[in-house]
Design a protein around this ligand. Structure first.
Ligand SMILES: NC(=O)C1=CN([C@@H]2O[C@H](COP(=O)(O)OP(=O)(O)OC[C@H]3O[C@@H](n4cnc5c(N)ncnc54)[C@H](OP(=O)(O)O)[C@@H]3O)[C@@H](O)[C@H]2O)C=CC1
Ligand SMILES: O=C(O)[C@@H]1CCC=N1
Length: 270
């Protein structure tokens, strides 16, 4: 794995979780020695820093059947170019970067190396991620299925067309940020109602986690779960009516469109 920051680190943590059976060690690289040092002490991981060893990325990919690129989008081309002659023929290179088409990665690699895009999210850290996967023209259905199995070790994974990856990023890749934004605002509102910081955090965290687990446990439609909270002529419907004044349909359409627009800008190198 090249790059082990927020997203790479979440995948790595998920892969080290209980019950995940994969071949070890996983060789990972970071830019800084400090980030690599933070990963020391686990015999299942070999961490190398590009800052210490300009050959680190090339060393990491030698002999690897699967390579995950998890650096920032604007570093993908440079990093791929740097490893191109060290990647094994027949290897699968997976990029989790937003806004970098498979063709741009394929252009840096020798023929015979497959490129697959994956758009995961940070709950992968605890094995509860969701990932959209799309093969480039260089990838076979078996190679896409292999990458799907990899990401299923850290959550759920679906295969999509590459032209849907930006939408996956907008919905689930970035999705945890929208939930945490909600939590931040609810905690602040609870504090304004007079709860101390600890109480406000507990009330909101348990509400979010409990509601998510209730949904996951029963699988009912969220509209039905909302109905069960909303007593006719009760209190919830008053708050929901106020919230609905903000026209969440249009608001979410605008937010997701802005997200997709940014992926498209990244595709154009902006
Ligand atoms: N964050 C998220 O929720 C999601 C992110 N993504 C995608 O994941 C990718 C990474 O994002 P994110 O994890 O947030 O970014 P971070 O900045 O948190 O992590 C980037 C990682 O890349 C390392 N790095 C930088 N340059 C090099 C190099 N030359 N060689 C090896 N490693 C290097 C950094 O090392 P160091 O720490 O030493 O600087 C760090 O480990 C992006 O392309 C993004 O689009 C996709 C889905 C969700
Ligand atoms: O914000 C970003 O660009 C990345 C891609 C999806 C989630 N985080």
């Amino acid at each position: 794995m090249i790059g082990v920051g927020s997203m790479g680190g979440a995948i790595l943590a998920g892969l080290r979780g209980p019950g995940v059976r994969i071949e070890h060690p996983i060789t990972v690289t970071t830019r800084s020695a400090a980030s690599a040092a933070a990963l020391a002490g686990d015999e299942r991981v070999v961490a190398l820093a590009a800052e210490d060893d300009p050959e680190a990325n090339r060393r990491a990919v030698r002999g690897a059947g699967l390579v995950i690129l998890a650096v920032k989008p604007w570093l993908i081309a440079e990093v791929t170019r740097g490893i191109a002659d060290a990647v094994e023929p027949g290897a699968v290179v997976v990029s989790v970067a937003a806004g970098v088409p498979s063709t741009a990665i394929e252009a840096e690699l020798p023929p015979g190396v497959a490129v697959v895009r994956a758009m995961p999210n940070t709950p992968s850290h605890i094995g509860r991620g969701v990932t959209g996967i799309a093969g480039g023209a260089s990838a076979s259905a078996e190679q896409v299925a292999l990458v799907q199995r990899l990401f299923e070790t850290v959550g759920a994974a679906i295969v999509v067309r590459e032209d849907q990856i930006n939408a996956v990023a907008a919905v689930s890749g970035s999705g945890p940020a929208y939930l945490f934004l909600y939590a931040e605002h609810m905690i602040a509102a609870a504090e304004r109602l007079g709860f101390d910081a600890e109480q406000a955090r507990l009330l909101v965290q348990q509400t979010v986690v409990g509601s998510a687990e209730l949904w996951a446990a029963g699988g009912e439609d969220p509209a039905e779960l909302r109905r069960r909270v909303t007593s006719p002529k009760g209190t919830t419907e008053q708050a929901v009516a106020v919230l609905q004044e903000a026209d969440w349909g249009a608001l979410f359409d605008r937010a997701l469109a802005a997200n997709i627009r940014r992926s498209e800008e990244l595709e154009r190198g902006e």
